[in-house]
Design a binder for this molecule. Structure first.
Ligand code: MG
Length: 391
């Protein structure tokens, strides 16, 4: 085993200290929430180094965990293939660090397949304005190859609203038209959730949220089957994963700075976000309780006892309860035996244990009239340690 480095050790000690004081605070776990409110046992959010924003002259840096689909290098064309004939290389070209559609060459798609994601993509319509309505600067970003977020130069070019730039094509027009002039770079930030079906029943319609140049244009728009040209689509299941496709609609639209970050599973598909099913909650609570008991095994004294008591509000466990209860009996006996002139040195521990017992009795994990609480509260009263309420 590797020896922990000094910073790791310091972090561990800090975490333990915070944990010891972290429990017995917010409302406890319930049938659909495996964690307490303000629960320090909940995993910390993963660290992501943020990127930088793009300017017209310079694409920004993606965040540290982004999967780069096109970052400006010529060899990144290898990450893409022809959609119609995947065995063949795409005829789209990389020129001046930009991926460009070659009209008539067909859609392209990523070799990489993925589903729920945060997708960042920048595009630029030809500065030489040609055509009108759907014929001007038309391309498209197809999530999973299934649903098109429209790319179109409708800066000054009316078209049917559900086919404007950042419409979910054939489903929903954008909330606004924040496009820049043709030739300038436009930024799409897309949050995509695929539809979830189980046994033919729709559990989640799937959603798309889009920001265009920082302006919200799709606000959690339900997918309704993914849309399309002329025909109304109906809700349907999508595959598990799919490629990102870019459309050749006959216009030499350019792309840069294409990356995505996969998103965690929703609760409905077994993820641990927000409200969960009763079964998943029970399983997660058992898992948390086990890990707390494992942590308790490494501790001593009242810290160990508190950790064991903490574990039982995630999942009842006879051994943990018996062991914590026995330790509590010893703790109270020890405190009662401390001479009056030495008791001040035990103030912190006693207040901490009473806080825990008040919490546990309030939420009925231990009896309301538990003897240990009364005994310790008597010591607190005699010494006038009860924190004064603010007036
Ligand atoms: Mg299109």
């Amino acid at each position: 085993m590797n020896r922990p480095t000094l910073p790791t050790l310091a972090l561990t000690m800090l975490t333990t200290a915070v944990f010891a004081d972290g429990g017995f605070y917010g409302d406890p776990p319930d049938a659909t929430h495996p964690w307490a409110i303000h629960d320090m046992n909940r995993p910390q959010p993963m660290r992501v180094e943020p990127g930088t924003f793009s300017t017209q002259d310079q694409p920004g840096q993606p965040p540290s965990d982004a999967v780069i689909l096109f970052g400006g290098k010529a060899e990144e064309i290898e990450k893409w293939q022809s959609d119609k004939t995947p065995a063949e290389a795409t005829k789209w070209v990389v020129k001046d660090n930009v991926l460009q559609c070659v009209p008539g060459s067909g859609y392209i798609r990523t070799k990489e397949e993925f589903a729920d994601c945060q997708l960042h993509i920048e595009w630029s319509a030809p500065s030489k304005v040609e055509g009108n309505s759907q014929g001007r600067g038309n391309s498209g970003v197809f999530l999973m190859g299934q649903v098109e977020v429209q790319v179109l130069d409708n800066y000054n070019n009316p078209t049917y609203p559900d086919g404007s730039a950042s419409s979910i094509y054939g489903i929903n027009p954008p909330l606004a038209n924040p496009l820049r002039a043709p030739g300038e770079w436009q930024t799409y930030d897309i949050i995509f959730r695929r539809p979830i079906f189980k046994d033919g029943v729709e559990l989640d319609p799937g959603y798309i949220t889009v920001f265009v140049n920082g302006v919200l244009t799709q606000d959690h728009t339900p997918l309704e089957g993914g849309g399309g040209h002329m025909r109304r689509s109906t809700p349907r299941a999508f595959p598990e994963q799919g490629p990102l496709k870019l459309q050749d609609h006959g216009n030499p639209v350019r792309y840069r700075n294409i990356w995505y970050r996969p998103l965690p599973k929703r609760a409905i598909e077994g993820g641990d976000a927000s409200r969960m099913s009763a079964e998943a909650t029970a399983a997660k609570r058992a898992e948390i309780a086990t890990s707390i008991r494992e942590d308790a095994a490494k501790l001593e004294g009242h810290a160990k006892m508190l950790r064991l008591f903490e574990s039982i509000y995630y999942a009842e466990n006879e051994d943990a309860r018996n062991s914590a209860t026995a330790m509590l009996g010893d703790f109270v006996a020890d405190m009662k035996a401390v001479p009056a002139d030495k008791i001040e040195s035990k103030k912190g521990e006693i207040l901490q244990v009473v806080k825990a017992l008040r919490y546990l009795s309030k939420f009925k994990f231990v009896p309301e009239d538990i003897e240990a609480k009364k005994d310790l509260e008597a010591i607190i009263k005699v010494n006038d340690w009860e924190p004064k309420k603010k007036k």
